[in-house]
Design a protein around this ligand. Structure first.
Ligand SMILES: Cc1ncc(COP(=O)(O)O)c(C=O)c1O
Length: 466
């Protein structure tokens, strides 16, 4: 059956000029550019996802994968390689999600896989020091301006949990400022509703989060220094840290103004608070040294994840030596992890960073991101859609709204209904985009100019029908 999924009846207007052909791992040809009646079918994905829903909440291990905000069911992946993903029905996609950021080299990079296989022969976890930890630590310290020492964890959430305890321990203060629309993992104290008007009042964002866990978390507006100043004034000498995504990737894609980042640096210093860049997403992605290198602003503490694990579970937090010396067992601030620093994850991170550190890589990532964004924006405008888009290194995004988008409130004005249809139509033509307008897109070293041109051509056709 054609267009087997949820919204598709609505979308099955005319055959795609860029209808996909079935691909195999080795195949270079992705799509037939000749007009064709062929479209994707999702029979096996449907079956597997129906079963998954009986077994796991919402059928997934992490909520956004369920496609709830775009409608229709998710496709179930079978394998990935380079810039591509294949689902269980053998449909091939150009993938701009990249397992939510880690796949910056492209999926399943041969050098990373070979190195991981070699390490695996020695065991998968030691629970004891191993030289690979030193190697990855040295690479991270060399690359990221603010990091003089680092602690590895298993996820970005864990890194942020360690970080918040650390900034509180160091400053002997409890309150923190975060920003509306910024995500720092799913720990209680970060799940603060960012509703307008209550920007200074931390309210629990999820049932099960005790009010006591968020009462010390204050929300400010991104790219708005005045909103930060107000909280600092109302909580004089009580703010432990100002914590932000230095480029937002969890409300779509929002770039900071240079003056905003510089202002935060100054305000933190003046108020005896620490400045924390959560670079779980931006680290090693917008440039090799992260957003702090890209914008030339050095925070006190940095959290990382995604890319530094090269597709295996890794997170990290690091910063100035005098701050990191507080972390156990060097200091009294407790934080631990059974699998932290395990040899497989360290190996994948080391190999990924080796390849990423070569000159020109991030310039090339940014060139490709700009080519994609400029192409999509031009196509949308040609067909009369309101749109704005932006990019930094290997990270990008666009909104169906007249821009510019500077904060979460502005992002939320984008046309969500249009985004849902757009997402499904792109999917059905072989382009895998993040299933939410509040997620950034990710470019990899494996995406070719041809992939990008093909994506823009498909987008042009979709946008002409939206
Ligand atoms: C900026 C940021 N911080 C923290 C996290 C949490 O990382 P993880 O999903 O590895 O727990 C994410 C995840 O997307 C993130 O984007």
């Amino acid at each position: 059956m054609k267009f087997a999924l949820g919204t598709t009846a609505l979308l099955a207007v005319g055959a795609s000029a860029f209808a996909p052909v079935k691909g195999t791992s080795g195949s270079a040809a992705l799509f037939s550019t000749a007009a064709s009646e062929e479209t994707y079918t999702f029979t096996k994905s449907e079956e597997i996802f129906a079963e998954a829903k009986e077994l796991m909440p919402g059928g997934v291990s992490s909520p956004v994968r369920a496609f709830k905000s775009v409608g229709g069911n998710p496709v179930v992946f079978d394998r990935v390689k380079g810039a591509y993903a294949w689902d269980v029905d053998e449909n091939k996609y150009i993938d701009y999600v990249g397992t939510w950021g880690p796949a910056i080299l492209g999926h399943a990079d041969d050098d990373v896989l070979d190195a991981v296989k070699a390490t695996m022969d020695k065991g998968t976890s030691f629970g004891a020091p191993c030289p690979l930890e030193n190697e990855l630590a040295k690479a991270v310290i060399a690359a990221v301006p603010s990091v003089e020492m680092v602690r590895f964890t298993n996820s970005g959430t864990e890194a942020c949990m360690g970080m918040i305890r650390l900034v509180r321990a160091y400053t002997n203060r409890e309150k923190v400022i975060k920003f509306e629309g910024c995500y720092h993992g799913h720990a209680d104290s970060f799940l603060v509703q960012a509703g307008s008007g209550v920007a200074t009042l931390g309210l629990p964002d999820s049932p099960g989060v005790p009010a006591s866990a968020t009462k010390a978390t204050f929300c400010a507006e991104y790219n708005n220094l005045e909103s930060v100043k107000k909280i600092l004034e109302e909580n004089k000498d009580e703010i432990a840290a100002i914590i932000l995504e230095p480029v937002v990737g969890n409300s779509g894609f929002i770039k900071p103004d240079q003056e905003f980042l510089q202002g935060l640096r100054d305000l933190a210093t003046e108020n005896g608070a620490l400045l924390v860049f959560d670079e779980v997403m931006t680290g090693f992605r917008v440039s090799y040294g992260g957003a702090q290198e890209y914008f030339g602003i050095t925070p006190d503490v940095t959290t990382m994840g995604k890319v530094i694990g090269g597709g295996l579970p890794v997170g990290a937090y690091g910063g100035r030596r005098d701050i990191m010396d507080l972390v156990a067992p060097a200091g009294p601030m407790y934080q631990a992890g059974t699998l932290s620093g395990n040899p497989l994850a360290m190996t994948a991170g080391i190999e990924t960073l080796k390849k990423l550190s070569k000159p020109g890589v991030h310039k090339e990532l940014e060139r490709k991101s700009s080519k994609l964004v400029d192409g999509i924006v031009a196509a949308a405008k040609k067909h009369g859609h309101a749109i704005c888009g932006d990019y930094a290194g290997g990270m990008f995004g666009w909104y169906f709204v007249d821009g510019p988008v500077k904060n979460f409130q502005e992002a939320s004005k984008a046309d969500g209904e249009k985004f849902g249809k757009w997402h499904r139509m792109m999917l059905e033509r072989g382009v895998y985009l993040a299933p939410s307008m509040y997620e950034a897109g990710f470019m990899s070293m494996s995406h070719t100019d041809e992939d990008i041109e093909k994506t823009i051509a498909i987008a042009d056709e979709v946008l002409s029908q939206l």
